[in-house]
Ligand binder design. Structure first.
Ligand code: PEP
Length: 255
């Protein structure tokens, strides 16, 4: 089964609108109209509009780092799917471990956001992954199962073509430590098995499952060559056009 790779950059709380425009333009000029890999950049809310304009006409797509699951109203500091769609965001990162840890986001809240994103035609990139403590206690597969099934509760099979999963071991994020390709593949295969159980093989085989956690050009080829790794969610290495474009190149080569 061939799935189109996704390379998504999570810029986190980095880049002003002008810096974002510059970075996005550099990436857009390098990848041009080559759409063999889905390339997504996810700037902060304030940089979305400028980055959106910078990538117009290229094969790149825009993603946000969060949304609030309401149409509008008194939700200070939040942004609705309608606002994201107005700047042409097609993806949104949900359930990132930093939001779970610093903002107390539960599986139930992440699930509400996933469903609301889908209802509003934005593709969620649902992040799941264990902490170091959980891995050392042999709880990895259980934690991933709880977060996956919690995040996808009541998500219908016909929506699954628009869902992307990102397995991000928390201990590897921003740490310079990466899961070995075999470790990552084991978890990705278990995620696909859970999706098969819930939605059937035909649908599970189509869902893209990204790896995230210190992915960089030096380790990308071995990760992307694993059967169930369909791309990467990239933090640090997405802030530099050369590193990010090298990762896109690795995904093209693995396609
Ligand atoms: C992330 O936070 O989504 C991530 C993968 O970060 P990094 O690549 O910096 O580990």
């Amino acid at each position: 089964m061939s799935r189109k790779y996704v390379i998504a950059g999570n810029w986190k709380m980095n880049k002003t609108p002008e810096e974002g425009r510059e970075l996005a333009s550099e990436i857009a000029s390098i990848i041009s109209k080559d759409a063999s890999v889905d390339v997504v950049v996810c700037p902060s809310f304030v940089a979305l509009d400028r980055v959106s304009q910078a990538i117009e006409g290229s094969a790149m797509k825009l993603g946000a780092q969060n949304l609030y699951p309401k149409t509008n109203g008194a939700y200070t500091g939040e942004a609705s799917p309608e606002m994201l769609r107005a700047v042409f965001a097609k993806y949104v990162i949900l359930g990132h471990s930093e939001r779970r840890e610093y903002f107390g986001e539960s599986d139930a809240f992440v699930n509400e956001k996933v469903k609301f994103a889908l209802e509003n035609l934005i593709s969620p990139i649902l992040c799941i992954g264990e902490t170091l403590e959980q891995r050392e206690a042999n709880e990895t597969l259980e934690v991933v199962k709880t977060q996956l099934l919690g995040g996808l509760e009541d998500v219908e099979s016909q929506s699954m073509g628009n869902v992307v999963i990102a397995y991000e071991p928390v201990w590897a994020i921003g740490a310079g430590k990466t899961a070995t390709p075999e470790m990552a593949q084991e978890v990705h295969a278990s995620i696909r098995a859970l999706l098969t159980e819930k939605y059937g093989e035909a649908i599970a085989e189509k869902v893209r499952i990204l790896y995230g956690g210190s992915m960089k050009p030096a380790n990308a080829d071995s990760l992307l060559s694993q059967t169930d790794i369909d791309g990467g969610l990239i933090g640090g290495a997405s802030l530099d056009s050369k590193s990010f474009c090298d990762l896109i190149q690795s995904a093209r080569a693995a396609s």
